[in-house]
Design a protein around this ligand. Structure first.
Ligand code: NDP
Length: 296
């Protein structure tokens, strides 16, 4: 293995420590902590874990906030009414609605209903538009974390060839915008891309956010490239696996193969995942500061 392993857990710890210091300064200045409200609708086990982790992490850095757990039968009108209340509450700086939502609720309608200046996930069309036009807004947490990991690798983005595989609104598109903003030459690949392996081999920086276990093989990676693996896929282990484990988490990149070729690579788990939560905390502090600064 020749690649530098980019330790997202360690980097996330340092981001969290910086946020904690920023929160302490915010409290000293404004007499209250930044507020983050997390909304979970339904009982999806993965979403329960994510929201608990987000709330725990925010408490640890001094951010205040409630986890609103609503039943799976919640109507769209009930959820919108809660969001309206949180939008109006001056002590709330950030609002996050955990996705996916039950089928009776239109996701886009809900995301659009969160005030753009409290949209710490960065999914509101205003924030997407600000990012696309190179202006400052709230940037989605996962791509923001990926940029920090690329910086950790020491990769120079100016003039570099960057390839983003995946074009979702929450990862692929904002990721491409951030890379473009850093003066990389960006290609966006997706399920209709022809000869994906060849496109990937052109990349000095390869970011993969697809959701297909180990899609990207070692021979798709340009020697020395920086590889950021966003994917989180749970795959079954054969019977009798060590420790009695029945499944494990893998990325969208075949890690062992790619690590032999890449210059730097993120592991799964322990790469992008921890950075997403750390950047959510950073976004919450930023949203609080920006909102209060606007008021003068
Ligand atoms: P989406 O399902 O919204 O998007 C997947 C994208 O991958 C689509 O643009 C799709 O193309 C593309 N795609 C699918 N199959 C292929 C293929 N065979 N070849 C090339 N492109 C393909 O996923 P997300 O962006 O929400 O998430 C992607 C992955 O990242 C998932 O594993 C998810 O769990 C993980 N994730 C991890 C986070 C973290 O914190 N670590 C945070 C968010 C996501 P098309 O548009 O043409 O359909």
């Amino acid at each position: 293995m020749s690649a530098t392993i980019l330790d997202g857990k360690k980097l996330a710890e340092s981001v969290r420590a910086e946020v904690a210091a920023g929160v302490a300064r915010f409290v000293a200045e404004h007499g209250r902590p930044p507020g983050l409200e997390v909304v979970l609708v339904g009982e999806d086990p993965a979403s329960q874990v994510y929201t608990r982790n987000k709330q725990k992490a925010s408490m640890e850095v001094g951010i205040r906030g409630e986890l609103h757990t609503l039943p799976a039968s919640t109507t769209e009108a009930e959820l919108l009414a809660l969001l309206e209340r949180l939008n109006e509450d001056d002590a709330v700086d950030g609002i996050l609605v955990q996705l996916p939502l039950p089928s009776q609720i239109q996701e886009q309608k809900v995301l659009d209903a969160i005030r753009a200046d409290k949209d710490v996930d960065g999914f509101h069309p205003v924030n997407a538009g600000l990012l696309a036009s190179g202006r400052s807004g709230l940037v989605p947490c996962t791509p923001r974390g990926c940029m920090k990991l690329i910086a950790l690798a020491g990769t120079k983005l100016e003039g570099a060839r960057a390839v983003v595989v995946g074009r979702s609104n929450i990862v692929g598109k904002p990721m491409a915008q951030l890379l473009l903003g850093a003066n990389a030459t960006v290609t966006m690949a997706h399920s209709r891309t022809k000869d994906l392996a060849a496109r990937c081999r052109e990349a000095d920086v390869l970011v993969v956010a697809v959701g297909r276990a180990e899609l990207v093989r070692g021979d798709w990676v340009k020697p020395g490239a920086t590889v950021i693996d966003v994917g989180m896929n749970r795959v079954a282990l054969p019977e009798g696996a060590p420790g009695g484990k029945t499944s494990k988490l893998v990325g969208d990149v075949a890690f062992e193969e790619a690590a032999r070729v890449a210059g730097a690579i993120t592991p799964v788990p322990g790469g992008v995942g921890p950075m997403t939560i750390a950047c959510l905390l950073e976004n919450t502090l930023l949203a609080a500061k920006q909102r209060l600064a606007k008021r003068g």
